[in-house]
Write a protein that binds this ligand. Sequence first.
Ligand SMILES: [Zn+2]
Length: 149
Amino acid sequence: MPSLFSFIDNMLTYYCPNCWKRIPDGQKTCPFCGFVLEEFKLQTYEKKLILALHHPLPERRNIAAQILGNINSTRALEEFEAILKSGETNYFFLKVVLLAIAKIDSPKRIELLKIATTNQNTMIQELATTLIEMVKENRPIPEWDRGTG
Ligand SMILES: [Zn+2]
């Protein structure tokens, strides 16, 4: 999926992946925090996507989470766990994160989904409970729909 990857590369180009301030194109280091952007370009796409889970624009965080689920990124599970425990309240982001976790083939996914069953938002609790059942029954996990949230 090269087009998706170049999209991710592009969406990170204009934001520092360390301090997430908007930066002019063509900089070698971030003018705000000094982060070496050249080194960042050598990171794997998976690592870039994991960093993009903290992107200031919610739409981009959502897309990063969705792709991490679709590429079966077991490395993203640690970051997803941190998000679930951080008190994150953005319903749409939590929804995409849960759908992504459910798609990642790891014994840890049930453990993480269980964390979300105690979320303060009842819709998130219900989604987590449903996803646990779907994972246990080996049912296909639905795709997040960008249009309807
Ligand atoms: Zn920076």
